[in-house]
Ligand binder design. Structure first.
Ligand code: FMN
Length: 162
């Protein structure tokens, strides 16, 4: 039977979406069945509001319902200051017990490692995070991300067969 994976992401300006659409193509090409699911805030806000929210740890906003249907999940998000409220909302609701979560974070250019560590700490309370991929916005804009993602999948493909 083909292995099913959930590809769950939030993307405000489209970078993480681009990465996840490519991730979907690559995984399907390798024989996985993928379920691409977007986390969507019920309300959108102007940049200044999101920026202020991103400074408030643990603040969540209302989002759509995103069901988890596979044991293996790819969770994608932008790096936002200290907090990305739509992702926090998802994590507050999601039951990640027994799930393997591959984390994908896109970022502009600073503080991404600390952020990734804090996300892993949050997810680790219930799920298991074997690998993280950090992709700089510049690599997405220049299309270099495709090679980076393909190489990363080569690295983790064995870990996906749980
Ligand atoms: C509110 C906000 C806060 C951000 N904070 C950071 C930051 O602290 N460090 C960083 O490197 N990039 C930061 N960025 C840039 C995003 O992480 C980056 O552009 C990312 O690729 C956006 O992903 P998206 O297009 O999927 O929304 C921030 C962007 C926004 C909108």
């Amino acid at each position: 039977m083909k292995k099913s994976v959930d590809l769950i992401y939030f993307s405000w300006t489209g970078n993480t979406r681009k990465v996840f659409e490519f991730l979907q193509d690559e995984l399907e090409r390798r024989g996985f069945v993928t379920n691409l699911k977007e986390i969507k805030p019920k309300r959108d806000y102007p940049y200044a509001f999101w920026l202020i929210f991103s400074f408030i740890p643990n603040l969540a906003v209302e989002i759509n319902s995103v069901e988890i249907s596979s044991k293996v999940i790819f969770l994608g998000m932008p790096k936002w200051t200290f907090n990305c409220p739509p992702i926090t909302a998802f994590l507050k609701k999601a039951d990640l017990r027994g799930k393997t979560v591959f984390l994908v974070i896109t970022y502009g250019g600073f503080d991404e490692k600390r952020y990734a560590k804090s996300m892993v700490e949050k997810i680790k309370k219930s799920g298991f995070v074997p690998k993280i991929l950090l992709i700089k916005r510049k690599k997405i804009e220049s299309n270099e991300y495709k090679a980076i993602v393909s190489e990363w999948i080569n690295e983790i493909e064995d870990l996906m067969i749980t």
